[in-house]
Write a protein that binds this ligand. Structure first.
Ligand code: AMP
Length: 243
């Protein structure tokens, strides 16, 4: 089953109902990298609340103005603002067969809201029967997270993520795909990283208990080669639909 799906990654995405995929994990755990792989395999969108918020900051929207200072210091944006933003995004037609939530939910309040939203009439998941979320936790140790976050570089054009310590680009500071100059996220500075990891422990880690107690959580060791983790993530998704 898994081989069949991975083989499809090299040709056409698998056009089937996938439902909601939730990726949990600390900043730097590799959620973005894994989300991109899943998106490619199944042809469903990666919905990164961090990316949407950064786009709002960049274009100076009202939401961006409210979120900027909070993001700059590494705190979480208020639940209501983020939930409204996610609701709008999930109702877009490209999310009908499924979607990958990367960076959401991040608090128990957001997780409860999401359960209610997905169960409600508002979210009809056009064309696909409602599927329960598959929740995958990518677990990585603290020191490794620090190394990953401080070395992270992102292509501003295509979004590809590099790491100067583990996965450097072929030419320093340039994207392998389109040659754009790689950037460092403002909140990947050491003092802000430490705040983000504190926010994770305080507000997001309790989600493993929330989903674990419902028997929905699959935890994977994210401290390995991203390609190996990706195979297990796909296997977890396939398995999630057969149990
Ligand atoms: P990320 O790119 O996921 O690391 O998110 C960057 C920043 O955006 C976080 O440090 C938060 O300030 C904000 N953010 C992203 N997702 C959420 C969320 N689900 N709830 C609250 N704040 C969020």
């Amino acid at each position: 089953m898994v081989t069949k799906v991975m083989a499809a990654a090299n040709s056409q995405p698998v056009a089937k109902c996938v439902g909601p995929i939730i990726l949990l994990g600390a900043p730097g755990a590799g959620k973005g990298t894994q989300a991109k792989q899943i998106a490619e395999v199944y042809g469903i969108p990666q919905i990164s609340t961090g990316d949407i918020l950064r786009a709002n900051v960049a274009n100076g929207s009202e939401l961006g103005k409210q979120a900027k200072a909070i993001m700059d210091r590494g705190d979480l944006v208020p639940d209501q603002l983020v939930c409204d933003m996610v609701a709008q995004r999930l109702l877009q037609p490209d999310a009908a067969r499924g979607f990958i939530l990367d960076g959401f939910p991040r608090t128990v309040t957001q997780a409860r809201w999401l359960d209610e939203f997905l169960g409600g009439k508002l979210f009809e998941n056009q064309g696909c029967a409602k599927l329960p979320p598959i929740v995958i936790e990518i677990a990585v140790g603290y020191n490794q997270l620090l190394r990953r976050l401080t070395g992270r570089r992102t292509c501003p054009t295509c979004g590809r993520i590099y790491n100067v310590n583990f996965q450097p680009p072929r030419v320093p500071d340039a994207c392998d795909i389109d040659g754009a100059k790689l950037g460092t996220r403002k909140d990947d500075s050491e003092d802000v990283i430490s705040e983000r990891l504190k926010a994770y422990e305080r507000q997001t880690l309790p989600l493993t208990e929330y989903y674990g107690s419902q028997g929905r959580l699959r935890a994977l060791d994210g401290d390995r080669d991203p390609a190996i983790v990706a195979k297990e993530v796909i296997a977890a998704i396939e398995h999630g639909h057969t149990v």
